[in-house]
Design a protein around this ligand. Structure first.
Ligand code: PLP
Length: 403
């Protein structure tokens, strides 16, 4: 099936609105993607006619909501090519997912002086949970620098692994430079457990956790055209068996007495309390929508957008783009002499163009580049070369303003 961006755009009602008197040019999908009508409708329908708490009732609506909700586990398993659906644990997003691994897997088995290898490309969600272990239990963080072009060779990550390394935590795609990391080569090259932050990558390319061979793979719904507060982490059965529970409460137990507690089997063991039922149902619809379009088709289309935008940005020799790895997604972090990133984004906003300015929750990477902020244009499958042209025109206008 060929990919038709015009048809896809028509599925996203927000894209036809105006901002500041101009047609919206949404280039902030790296932060959060917009939602297709099918997802918006599914959320409304779930609340309007099929809502009750899950796993609890023996009544019709509770059973229906449970079926709709549990179905999403199978959808996520299919989306990630996970061998078993009970390896999918629902979370509110990647931040919770990585905190789960930090608390339930890493914390009990890491001693002072043990090491976690991570890259300087990481988002704070894949940094701060490891800092907790550094602060609380003397774990050592070993940082791997990207190459000057922003790429992260797997050999470099593997070279950082020593006898005391207990975990490798690495992104599959940088949210700042768009760098795609060969996480399969990393997982193949070591017996140390590998956690992959798939927040960005899973939106833009097919993901096959079985082929990658990692141990943990986190995704977040709001970037995947689904509701905010939805997400999941795939954890192999083998690793799940080694994990203690995370948050305690209802639903994750088998039995509670005054003196003791026993836990439900995974995945419920890791999912306490009333979950984001409708959020996850919306995520399931979003993933089915993506799989209908075909992740290969999306990746191929976005590669054309990336190349077009990269070429057009190269025409502007007064713009610096951070990271230009050969394998990268359509994410461009920009700086310009004479204009702060916040000024760039404010000027672009006046022209209806949404980009993000700041550190992008990646301060170590900003420090690596010697920057305090960039303006980031992040493309999605509903963007077109016209959006790239609007960005370029907006940047030329900035240059005229700030000279
Ligand atoms: N990791 C990366 C690479 C991201 O881009 C983001 C979101 O910006 C996150 C993690 C955090 O995801 P969430 O906010 O859904 O927890």
């Amino acid at each position: 099936m060929s990919f038709d961006p015009t048809r896809v755009r028509a599925d996203f009602p927000i894209l036809s609105r105006q901002v500041n008197g101009r047609p919206l040019v949404y280039l902030d999908s790296g932060a959060s993607a917009q939602k297709p009508q099918v997802v918006i409708d599914a959320i409304g329908a779930a609340y309007a006619g099929e809502y009750a708490n899950v796993h609890r009732g023996l009544h019709f609506l509770s059973n229906l909501a449970t079926d709709n909700y549990e179905r999403v586990r199978a959808i996520i398993a299919r989306f990630l090519n996970a061998p078993h659906e009970d390896e999918v644990i629902f979370t509110t997003g990647t931040t919770e997912a990585i905190n789960l691994v930090s608390y339930a897997f890493a914390a009990p088995r890491l001693a002072p002086g043990d090491e976690i290898v991570l890259s300087v490309l990481e988002h704070h969600a894949n940094i701060v949970p490891w800092h907790f272990l550094r602060e609380r239990q003397g774990v050592v963080l070993k940082w791997v620098e990207p190459e000057p072009d922003g790429s992260l060779p797997p050999e470099k990550v593997l070279a950082a692994i020593g006898p005391r390394t207990r975990l490798v935590a690495v992104t599959h795609m940088s949210n700042v430079t768009g760098t795609i990391v060969d996480v399969a080569a990393i997982a193949r090259g070591t017996d140390v457990p590998v956690l992959v932050d798939g927040s960005q990558a899973a939106v833009h390319m097919p993901v096959d956790v079985a082929a990658i061979g990692c141990d943990f793979y986190a995704i977040t719904g709001h970037k995947l055209y689904g509701p905010s507060g939805s997400g999941a982490i795939w954890i192999s059965r083998e690793r799940q068996a080694e994990m203690r529970p995370f948050i305690g409460g209802g639903d994750m137990i088998r039995e509670v007495t005054r003196d003791a507690v026993t836990y439900a089997d995974p995945p419920l063991k890791f999912e306490a309390g009333t979950p984001g039922i409708v959020n996850q149902i919306g995520l399931g619809v979003a993933l089915e929508y993506l799989m209908d379009l075909g992740m290969e088709n999306i990746a191929a289309y976005e590669a054309t957008l990336r190349d077009y935008t990269r070429d057009r940005l190269r025409e502007l020799n007064w713009i610096d783009v951070q990271g230009d790895a050969p394998h990268k997604g359509a994410i461009f972090s920009l700086t310009m002499q004479g204009a702060h990133a916040h000024d760039i984004s404010t000027v672009l906003d006046k022209r209806g163009i949404a980009v993000r300015a700041g550190t992008h929750c990646a301060m170590p990477l900003m420090q690596h580049y010697g920057l305090t902020a960039t303006a980031r244009a992040s493309f999605a499958m509903y963007n077109t070369t016209r959006d790239a042209d609007a960005l370029i025109d907006g940047l030329v206008f900035c240059r005229e303003l700030f000279g």
